[in-house]
Design a protein around this ligand. Structure first.
Ligand code: FAD
Length: 464
């Protein structure tokens, strides 16, 4: 069987290894339009901030190593510009040699990822304006800072990458302003939880302009104008507004897309063409809690889908991917912020109503036993259905946030209830937790609410 893999970073690189492990004979050719394969894009902000000192450590592997280890052929600087389904070929542009050729296939895996959304691409032509997505983007920002030692920066977009960049630029001694058209940072979180992050950002000196999106960038990037007319003078601007799926070749080939232009796949990751599969940021996924189709561009799901799809492509098994919880975590200076499953925002978007369909509890337990030095508080918002099923959680704190979100994420995977949360037996010794772990606590208070033992009021009710 001849398999073409398009895109060779998270999903594509995982898939090629699994394809080879499951079939020693298949011919596997990997096309990557960039010059790098299998690199750590999640580490890029930390290289710019110099938390990661060595650029080479961003590369998980390289072409020669992967080719030798897996017996696959990797063609870098090779852009797949068309899928010719009638002929079962793809058209490939060799970017370095400026030539074009066709390559035949039995099966294709698309793992083409996503790209930053920039409403006016001409902004990026200005010398001080950057996006952060790839190794060349990273090199450009890193070199700009090295050559110009900017004192100020404006980041447009308060999602994960924008916030990670804020921290890393502050660490480089740069005065950072961050704007977002939304009235909060961290879109997956609810406003009440995002507020905790915003307070910490302000305490760390980040100037926030929320509910105030980007209108224009002028003077070679030196003047950023916001929607309400505020102008920010800056020496560096980074656009981190959002992402769009790289689905152009799929669309041109007539594959079915969803309303956000993500490629539609079934639970076997097969597109509307039985010989073409797709994984990663470019596909629509099922929301694991709500069941609707959505887009969740994260590395974990891309890797899992890349592993699952191999057996389906080879037709030696039927591995399903059942949906994405959107479990995510971010370091915001000394704070850790994480979420999993449904938020109030996503529930409300799906027409679910507080009190009728879902409830929540907010608790502030310590990261470990209060009597052992170094314990810090965390805030857990646990959202649950009125029948007790846990729907999602958001946590902000300083220590032990990651393991609590992963515990709740695991519970969500197995469709657990608040009572399951109270009964989870979790590792305890004073330096690590308490005999009642923070997630047990969240379960206890949720049980109390469901039993009518306490009747909390929400922030909205309090304000009213
Ligand atoms: P990618 O890994 O993006 O790979 C797609 C590849 O396809 C690209 O290299 C592209 O050049 C290539 N390609 C596209 N079209 C073509 C074509 N026509 N022909 C040939 N090649 C093509 N996720 C997290 O979960 N946690 C994090 O902390 C996190 N941090 C991030 C930080 C940054 C700066 C960035 C950019 C992303 C981060 N992500 C993070 C997101 C995560 O990296 C992506 O969700 C993941 O890489 C998606 O995998 P993928 O295989 O779908 O696409």
């Amino acid at each position: 069987m001849k398999i073409l893999v398009v895109g060779a970073v998270a999903g594509g690189a995982t898939a090629l290894a699994r394809l080879r492990r499951m079939d020693e004979d298949a011919e596997i050719i990997v096309f990557e339009r960039g010059n790098y394969i299998s690199y750590a894009n999640c580490g890029l902000p930390y290289y710019i901030g110099e938390a990661i000192k060595n650029r080479d450590s961003l590369f998980v592997s390289d072409k020669d190593t992967i080719e030798a280890k897996y017996g696959v052929e990797i063609r870098l600087n090779s852009n797949v510009s068309a899928i010719n389904r009638d002929k079962k070929t793809v058209t490939v542009e060799n970017i370095l040699e400026d030539t074009t050729y066709e390559e035949s296939y039995d099966k294709i895996l698309l793992s083409t990822g996503s790209s930053p959304f920039v409403s006016n691409p001409a902004w990026l032509d200005q010398n001080r304006v950057f996006k952060l997505w790839t190794i060349p983007d990273t090199d450009a920002i890193y070199d700009f800072i090295r050559r110009n030692s900017p004192k100020s920066a404006v980041i447009v977009g308060g999602g994960f990458i924008g916030l990670e960049m804020a921290e890393n630029l502050v660490d480089r001694g740069i005065d950072v302003s961050l704007c977002d058209m939304a009235d909060q940072v961290m879109p997956p979180m609810d406003k009440d939880m995002a507020k905790i992050v915003e307070i910490r950002l302000a305490e760390k000196g980040v100037n926030l302009y929320l509910g105030n999106g980007l209108k224009d960038i002028q003077n070679d990037g030196a003047v950023v104008t916001l929607a309400n007319g505020t102008t920010l003078e800056t020496e560096l601007a980074i656009l981190s507004i959002g992402v769009k799926p790289n689905s152009q070749i799929a669309e041109a080939a007539g594959l079915e897309l969803n309303e956000r232009r993500g490629i539609k796949v079934d639970k076997y990751m097969r597109t509307s063409d039985e010989n073409i599969y797709a994984v990663g940021d470019v596909i629509g996924v099922t929301d694991y809690i709500l069941g609707n189709e959505t887009m969740i561009p994260l590395a974990g799901p891309a890797n899992k889908q890349g592993r699952n799809v191999a057996e389906n492509i080879l037709d030696i098994g039927k591995k399903t991917y059942d949906g994405t919880l959107g479990t995510s975590v971010a370091k915001i200076f000394d704070m850790t912020v994480a979420s999993t499953g449904a938020s109030e925002k996503s529930l409300n978007r799906a027409g679910k109503v507080y009190g009728k369909d879902y409830l929540y509890t907010i608790v502030h337990p310590m990261s470990h036993a209060g009597y052992y030095p170094g314990a810090t508080p965390m805030t857990i918002k646990l959202i649950f259905a009125t029948d007790g099923k846990v729907l999602g959680a958001q946590i902000a704190g300083y220590k032990g946030v990651d393991k609590r979100i992963d515990t709740i994420s695991t519970l969500l995977h197995f469709h657990g209830t608040v009572t399951d949360l109270t009964n989870l037996e979790l590792a305890y010794a004073p330096p690590y937790s308490s005999a009642k772990d923070p997630v047990n606590f969240a379960g206890y208070t949720a049980e109390n609410i469901l039993a009518g033992l306490v009747s909390p009021i929400t922030l909205d009710e309090l304000e009213a």
